[in-house]
Design a protein. Structure first.
Length: 384
């Protein structure tokens, strides 16, 4: 079986490995009588697992980790025992393999020789298949390495050729000739440049000397003009100072006279104003004293009048209190009289009601009118 799977992988293209391509390749091999009929009992589950895992080997044999190889071997073992349980003596894989617990599943597979042989065989098969499937990548890697080595070899040959030419003297002769020619050319250029610079320097120095002479003459003229202006300014300053001293003396004397006049005028005006204020204050003081006496006399009169009025109001108030006491006594007597009248009136009404059965209606009306008049009279007295 391993031999046939290797043959299938070599026939399939590396970029399109799928269950359909693997199955079609097996069908072609059967038709050409390169495979027997028993090989076609290959389960589709195996093709699905291989088509999923083998493309990961395209970047090299080391791209598939040990964990991935172990999981793939477990899946292939599950494919075999799931489809051929009866032919394998009724063996059923542990539950940890179906729950994808890789470490526990491997430990339990080791407890059975059939399980472990199948698992270990598939594990080695996956490594071989990955090696065969990644052969184009490894070939390309070797070609790249060979190309790189060949390039380094070309560089080494070129370096050996340069060293050989250097040891023969040809390279040194050429280098010496080129250096001599370069130095001669540089010497000619430097001579030309130095001559041009010398000429320019001479011209510049000549023009600079002329310019310096002109500047010296201008500076001398400016110094002379500055000295003359300085002397003239000193003379003007002396004249101005003399005029200022003279004007200052005259101004001080004039200011002293004016200040003395102003001081006398201010003193005279102050004395006059003080005298006027003193006379005004004395007259106002006399007026205030007179008004104060008048107000004192008027206030004493008003106080006397208020005392008289308070005494009269006090006597009237006492009389009113006495009258109020008499009136209150009278009203208390009237209250007693009113109670008695109410009692009499109630008795009269009871009598009238009792006599109503015996007296005619007209007489009863007259009696009621009489009693109402009496009651109104008592109410009037009570109100008074």
């Amino acid at each position: 079986m391993r031999r046939f799977i290797k043959l299938v992988l070599f026939l399939l293209p590396c970029s399109s490995l799928s269950p359909e391509s693997i199955a079609s390749t097996l069908q072609q091999l059967q038709e050409t009588r390169q495979l027997d009929a028993a090989t076609l009992g290959f389960p589709s589950c195996v093709l699905d697992v291989l088509s999923t895992v083998l493309p990961e080997c395209g970047d090299g044999q080391t791209s598939l980790t040990e964990q991935a190889k172990s999981e793939t071997a477990i899946q292939l073992t599950m494919c075999i025992f799931n489809n051929n349980t009866a032919s394998q003596g009724g063996l059923t894989l542990p539950g940890s393999c179906w729950s994808h617990d890789t470490a526990k599943c491997v430990g339990e597979l080791a407890s059975n020789s059939v399980w472990w042989t199948t698992y270990f065989g598939y594990l080695n098969l996956i490594e071989q298949l990955c090696h065969y499937y990644s052969s184009p990548y490894e070939t390309q890697k070797l070609l790249d390495t060979y190309r790189e080595v060949w390039g380094k070899f070309d560089e080494l040959l070129s370096a050996i050729d340069r060293v050989d030419r250097f040891t023969n003297g040809e390279f040194l002769d050429n280098l010496r000739d080129r250096l001599v020619a370069t130095f001669e050319e540089m010497e000619q250029d430097l001579l030309v440049k130095f001559e041009q610079l010398d000429l320019l320097l001479n011209r510049s120095l000549t023009s600079l000397d002329l310019r310096l002479q002109e500047l010296v003459i201008d500076v001398q003229n400016a110094n002379q003009e500055l000295e003359a202006a300085h002397m003239k300014a000193l003379e003007s300053a002396d004249q101005i100072l003399q005029q200022l001293e003279k004007w200052h003396g005259e101004s001080l004397a004039k200011l002293q006279h004016q200040f003395a006049d102003y001081n006398r005028q201010f003193r005279r005006a102050t004395e006059q104003e003080n005298e006027r204020w003193m006379s005004n204050l004395s007259s106002r003081h006399e007026i205030m004293a007179v008004r104060h006496e008048e107000m004192n006399s008027e206030i004493s009169l008003r106080l006397h009048e208020w005392e008289n009025r308070l005494e009269s109001m006090n006597s009237h108030l006492m009389e009113s209190v006495e009258k109020f006491d008499r009136l209150r006594a009278m009203l208390s007597g009237l209250d007693v009289l009113g109670l008695a009248s109410k009692a009499v009136y109630g008795g009269v009404i009871v009598g009238v009601l009792s006599l109503g059965y015996f007296v005619p209606f007209g007489n009863v009306f007259l009696i009621l009118a009489f009693l109402s008049g009496m009651y109104l009279g008592f109410c009037t007295l009570k109100w008074l």
